[in-house]
Structures are given as structure tokens and as C-alpha cells.
Write a protein that binds this ligand. Sequence first.
Ligand code: NI
Length: 188
Amino acid sequence: MAVLPIRITGDPVLHTAASVVSDFDETLVTLVGDMFDTMAAAPGVGLAAPQVGVPLRIFVFNWTDDDGVLWRGAAINPELWITTTPTGEADEESESEGCLSLPGERFPLRRADRAILTATDLDGNPFEIEASGWLARIFQHEFDHLNGVLYVDRLEHDYEKSVAKAIRKGGWGVPDQSWMPGVDHPEG
Ligand code: NI
């Protein structure tokens, strides 16, 4: 198992729809293991394969809810059903999210409160998770990655300048930029 470098916004792999996984082999097992290691080292609660430079429909998650229940798994070829996204302004306190591909930044964003994830595991066996609250948010964020969408692509107009400023300050927004968990210490 290994920690992999995490691609930063501007790298084409983050802005392109990923491909369906068709080979459930040792290479897939190794990749998912490396994704869990990378997510733990970052640290993060979710990580999608394009973030480690692999254009496949895979994400991993690791999050403990308020009741102490650990939600951890790998979703291969996921589908996501969500309730309607609430309208109105997002709350900076309770609705701010971040992304390891824009390290150190956080912006508020409205998300659907409930989601149903269907996917297969590493053996190709289907599973389903009904999620609400923050877990539903994690699923929406990671699922977006598989369609080449970053959460900053969904922000209200008001935040556009702040995002552009962060990208400029980081020297991001161009191909082949990455950071190494456990080695680099991105601001924030
Ligand atoms: Ni992300």
C-alpha cells in the first residue's frame, strides 16, 4: 500500500468525466488500497480516483457520524439518487466544504439533505447506502468528482472571486500540479 500524490485543480483529469471500471482485478484492489492510505494521510473523509490521477469511476470514504458510527467503504461505478437541493444562501458555519484538490480552502455550498448510493464493492457485489446530512454531502462531493465537477464549480456567484484568488495564490489552475500527503503541508 502506498500514499499517492493528490492532483490539484487545473489538472485535466479532475475536469473530465471518469470511465466505468470493468476489470475487478488485483490492480483495482491495489489502487483502492492506495486510495484509502492517501485519504488517511491527507487526511480526508473522501477521495475519488481522478484525484490520484486515475480516470476511473471509484471513490472511497471514511467518516464517523455524531452517533460514533463509522461509514467506510469503496464505491465502484456508483450511482447517486438525491433529494432536491435546497434553495437560498449556504451557511458559512454549517455548510462549508473543502476538497483535497484545493488544499486549505473551504467554501459554503448547498447540498441535498438525503442521498441513496448504489455501487459495487471490490468483488463486483452491489451494495446500497441511504445517507443523510454530512454523509449525503460527502457522497455528492465524491460523485461529482467522477463527472469532472469540483465543488467550487457549484458555488454561488459571490464566491467566484475568492476561488479565483485562491487558485492564483496557489499557482494552481494548470496541469500536472499535485501535493504529497505527509510530505507537503498545504496551508490550512
Ligand atoms: Ni474533493
